[in-house]
Design a protein around this ligand. Structure first.
Ligand code: SF4
Length: 708
């Protein structure tokens, strides 16, 4: 990067959006910022539309540049000073906590926050607020794969190998993943894999842009991916494709799984999923006879009330075939949000402390409390997952105040109308964001925050590679960084502590530094010795390499691009099989709601759309929501392409134009979830959750469809 005072200025950084974290250069010339691609191992010079247009938000006219306070008389949000806004928050929090206890205040974070901000937010909740209630929107993203990875491998890192391994796989199985739309530069790796003679097989209820490129597309009924995986393992067993030596030496628990999949003969799986036996056999053969094979899952497999078991079924398959830990082979999960991986490693998750430590582990509590300079017995215990937390807001005994950083649950949470009602019932809702999101619009206090090109920090991408995000310019006047906001709030909260319980405000300020490099140095100490060990990762080390893979315990020792080569992160070093079985969706179809509803993403929008719906080129490319229907279903319902339709579930409805496509099953309708208002897909979705991960069932519920 060039230094200040040079013109034009350039800085090497990464895209603000998804977990691929494509490398890019930002150039500022006479105030105008342009994006240039750069070579980085994940994107190799490629960017998608979202990355190309990311700089448009820096000077966007809707950018928030002053705090907003809700006027108690008019009910409107009005500009306010920082002092007034922060005082309102601190006095409100302390009044609520005095009356209803520490846990009456909750924090909701985001998977787009840098590692430093995620770490500071977790510490703020546990040390400044001393509440157990913190969770984040990553719970909606890949918590099922995280839980499945933890119980099988003893650690959860999205890809336990570099992305480049994909090109070496003879067979690549993608389950519920559509990188052609969600991470287009990743398709280069898929193309290279096939140029090398590899086979690409996609499991998806829709013939997505990725599925259409595949050598084989399995199109199961939504919610039956687990049965497909068990049938594949059944076939592999029958055909003798199990890696017996690997299973014997590196795993435990296989006999029980072998017995459990014995009942999943292919014809039974076909009957349930609709995937022909011949396709199941071809897939099993492609995996079982490959020299190198990789199985990847994403939201399609994970966002179910049985998401952990579904991912586990694919992990079982990978273990039985002897894939994890071998170059060009393995199991991995494609993380979605930019820092979905790092965001959950450093304390935003209800049950975790920095370094991916369990908050109920006494040794972990001692270690982290020591770094934070507080008694371990003062650290709160585990909180509850995001959906449960949001559902408890404003209820008797539930939190009465919520602080939201970098998230928009009014659009992204399941059963969103209910979440909206819960938020409206709070005594105090605070939202820190760069734009007035739909959640911010409900807040009592809105705090304008810096965005990605205005502050330094680190992100951890889908490979577990820690990389540098570099500031091009400072935030505009009136805007503060999240770290500065947390430091200021901590100081005010300490000053407002009840007499006798007070920690000096000066101590609070020292405890929450505003400089991201200082925060990262502390994060390294807090994570040291944990599963996600960042102790040996310095910013300068990242600068001299294309990122550093965790775990990396020492500065002069190696990092870990590939996990599990010798042993798994379990006490005995062996991976663990778990028997899992199919169970129906939480909400089966019925006469009143006869169709399956599933949600997903489109190329030109990102997550709740707060940012991308405001970018001109993206808005032109994907201006509105739609409801995708098979032409046969549309004909039966008397719906033409473009007709306004209403999708109704037991929880609410959404309205959007029909888009007819033969690429979807006739028993299923699809809508993207990026839009708000009447087109909000999450008004319809089911908030039933996985009992282990807390992941909501975004991918299937029962609906009826009619012309609106
Ligand atoms: Fe790359 Fe993802 Fe950004 Fe697109 S949104 S440029 S795929 S990081």
């Amino acid at each position: 990067a060039t230094g200040p005072g040079r013109s034009p200025r350039e800085v090497a950084t990464h895209c603000p959006y998804c977990a691929l974290q494509c490398g890019m250069v930002l150039r500022e010339d006479a105030g105008a910022v342009t994006v240039l691609p750069r070579q980085f191992p994940t994107n190799r010079g490629g960017l998608c539309q979202k990355g190309w247009t990311a700089a448009e938000l820096l000077d966007h006219p809707e950018r928030l540049t002053t705090p907003l306070l809700r006027d108690p008389e008019t009910g409107e949000l009005r500009p306010a000073t920082w002092a007034a806004a922060l005082d309102r928050i601190a006095t409100g929090i302390r009044a609520i906590q005095r009356e209803a206890g520490r846990d009456a205040v909750a924090v909701f974070g985001g998977g787009g926050l840098t590692n430093e901000k995620a770490y500071a937010l977790g510490k703020f909740a546990r040390v400044a607020l001393r509440t157990r209630h913190i969770d984040y929107n990553g719970r909606f993203c890949m918590s099922s794969a995280a839980a499945a990875g933890l119980r099988a491998f003893g650690v959860d890192r999205g890809l336990p190998f570099p992305l480049a391994d994909l090109a070496r796989a003879d067979t690549l199985l993608l389950v519920g993943a559509n990188p052609a739309e969600t991470m287009p530069p990743m398709v280069r790796w898929l193309n290279e894999q096939r140029r090398n003679g590899g086979r690409l097989i996609v499991v998806d209820p829709r013939a997505t842009a990725t599925a259409r490129q595949a050598d084989l597309h399995l199109q199961p009924l939504p919610g039956t991916d687990l049965a497909v995986a068990n049938a594949l393992l059944h076939i592999a067993l029958t055909e003798g494709w199990i890696d017996q030596a690997y299973v014997a030496e590196r795993t435990t628990g296989f006999p029980v799984v072998r017995r459990s999949v014995a009942a999943w003969w292919p014809a039974r799986a076909e009957q349930l999923s609709g995937v022909p036996v011949a396709d199941l056999e071809a897939t099993a053969r492609a995996l079982g006879t490959a020299g190198r094979a990789i199985i990847l899952t994403a939201r399609g497999a994970e966002q179910h009330a049985k998401g952990v078991d579904t991912v586990t079924a694919y992990v079982n398959l990978a273990l039985a075939l002897g894939l994890p830990g071998r170059p060009g082979s393995g199991y991995g999960c494609l993380t979605g949000q930019g820092n979905g991986q790092g965001g959950r490693e450093h304390g935003q998750k209800a049950d975790q402390l920095p370094g991916y430590r369990r908050i109920d582990d006494p040794a972990a509590r001692e270690h982290v409390a020591g770094v934070w300079g507080v008694p371990a017995d003062e650290l709160p215990g585990p909180g509850v997952p995001a959906t449960e937390l949001l559902d408890s807001l404003g209820t008797p005994g539930g939190p009465r105040a919520l602080l939201v950083f970098g998230s928009n649950p009014v659009v992204s949470a399941p059963r969103a109308s209910h979440v909206e009602r819960r938020l409206r019932g709070l005594d105090l809702l605070v939202v820190a964001d760069l734009l007035l999101s739909e959640t911010a619009a409900l807040a009592d206090v809105v705090l304008p925050t810096a965005q990605w090109a205005e502050e330094d920090g680190t992100m951890t991408n889908l490979e577990g590679r820690v990389l540098r995000r570099r500031a091009l310019r400072p935030p505009p006047p009136g805007v503060r960084t999240d770290l500065a906001i947390l430091a200021d709030l901590a100081t005010r909260l300490a000053a407002a502590e009840p007499a006798g319980a007070a920690r000096p405000a000066a101590t609070a300020a020292a405890r929450f530094p505003t400089d991201p490099a200082t925060v990262f140095a502390e994060l390294r100490r807090a994570s040291a010795g944990g599963p996600a060990d960042y102790a040996g990762i310095s910013w300068s080390r990242i600068d001299t390499a294309d990122g550093v893979f965790w775990p990396c315990p020492t500065e002069d020792g190696p990092d870990t691009p590939r996990l599990f080569t010798e042993r798994f992160a379990t006490p005995d070093g062996r991976a663990r099989f778990h028997p899992v079985d199919h169970r129906p969706a939480a909400e089966p179809v019925c006469a009143d709601y006869p169709l399956h509803f599933t949600t997903g993403r489109v190329l030109a929008q990102y997550q709740s759309g707060t940012q991308t719906r405001r970018v001109d080129a993206l808005r032109r490319a994907a201006p509105d929501a739609f409801v995708e229907l098979h032409p046969d279903l549309a004909a039966r319902l008397g719906i033409d392409d473009g007709d306004p339709v209403r999708v109704t579930s037991r929880r609410g409805d959404m309205r959007a134009p029909a888009r007819l496509s033969p690429t979807i099953r006739p028993d299923t309708v699809f809508a993207p979830f990026h839009w708000a208002g009447p087109a909000r897909a999450n008004s319809v979705t089911n908030d039933a959750v996985d009992p282990i991960s807390g992941m909501p069932e975004f991918k299937i519920c029962a609906v009826r469809v009619e012309k609106a």
